[in-house]
Design a binder for this molecule. Sequence first.
Ligand code: URA
Length: 208
Amino acid sequence: MSKLFVSEHPLIQSKMALLRDERTGAKEFREIIGEVAMLLSYEATRELPLKEMTVQTPVDLAKCCVIDTKLAIVPILRAGIGMTEGLLRLMPTAKVGHIGLYRDPETLQPVEYYCKLPTDIAQRTVFLTDPMLATGGTAEAAIGFLKEKGVKRIIFLCILAAPDGVKKIQQAHSDVDIYAAAYDPKLNDHGYIVPGLGDAGDRIFGTK
Ligand code: URA
């Protein structure tokens, strides 16, 4: 069973209060999404593999450890883009790919309309981002697409998670851990997380 990590860090909780507040404007909202994503990526990178190496200090040799995997950040279009800069702050050498999906109105199946990934994506640990894990349909499909491309290790990062979305990922992809800044109890009839923070994409990009 994949792990669900929900942050209890005071910095993240205080920033979540600002994100939830309907009075927070797009500029501040975007900045805080980036800050929360950065803090969350600190937790989500905790279990990355390490390799030992020796470094010559000005005094003596020191045994050190460095991350032993190549990294990629893959935001799901469009709201996931809002988290990218925050993750890059802590993982500046990561490559960035993008995935866009829509649901076919007839088949209801997710269809990939945009996909640009690093050519060596299969060799990278992938941090897949989408601020709102609501029904989980998009996240489930995006994880499936990454696995089809040969990706072995995927970590899903969101700002807010809801039970339906968590359940969907855990059932379909039990090897994918989920990191969330907060966990809300339910969805409304429109698929919005309650109490949530509204439409993350519109609030990040100021489109409403
Ligand atoms: N997407 C959003 O932007 N907000 C929600 O509450 C659910 C999905």
